[in-house]
Design a protein around this ligand. Structure first.
Ligand SMILES: O=C(O)CCC(=O)C(=O)O
Ligand SMILES: [Fe+2]
Length: 167
């Protein structure tokens, strides 16, 4: 995306969908959709295989963009029609991630998620509340690239890709 049009990414872009596209209004996924990029299919299935979590056939992904001072409210990802794991990859600036319980009254555990970290939600952990209260912009992650808009974006912001299996 950055290579095609680096100006596409800006402060107001908060998310994009890939593969079977989540509908934010109905909070449902349609029955079918576009093909998920092969690299994400492979990444999700290789990670589940390596962790011996069984077969995963990823068919959807949500990319969340976190500009400085942004956050993500507590929620549970329950719209997928399978109980396959959710494979979450963090890029760019670090974030504080809160991993909670099945209800909002359970005290969450804070975790730093850094560039390149993969977090897998599976089994009992698949349907817990989680949130990103803040990103730690400028705290240790520095990037250099010949693609200057990309360099600037990653030096101030965070990108998270969650690979999912809807069907
Ligand atoms: O940004 C993150 O680490 C979490 C993203 C998330 O919870 C989601 O996309 O459902
Ligand atoms: Fe989530």
């Amino acid at each position: 995306m950055f290579h095609r049009d680096p100006t596409l990414i800006n402060k107001s872009l908060r998310w994009t969908t890939l593969g079977i596209e989540y509908d934010w209004n109905t909070k449902e996924y349609p029955r079918e959709g576009r093909e998920l990029p092969e690299e994400l299919v492979e990444l999700g299935s290789v990670i589940c295989d390596a962790l011996k979590l069984g077969e995963m056939r990823p068919d959807a992904a949500i990319v969340n963009y976190y500009p400085p001072k942004s956050s993500l409210s507590p929620h549970v990802d329950r719209s997928e029609r399978t109980n396959a794991p959710l494979v979450s990859m963090s890029l760019g600036q670090s974030a504080v991630y809160l991993s909670g319980g099945k209800t909002l009254s359970e005290k969450p555990i804070p975790i730093w998620l850094r560039n390149g970290d993969i977090l897998v939600m599976h089994g009992e952990q698949r349907l817990v509340y989680h949130a990103v209260p803040c990103i730690g912009a400028g705290e240790g992650e520095t990037f250099e690239s010949t693609n200057k808009p990309l360099e600037q974006y990653l030096n101030t912001s965070r990108v998270n890709i969650t690979i999912r299996q809807v069907n």
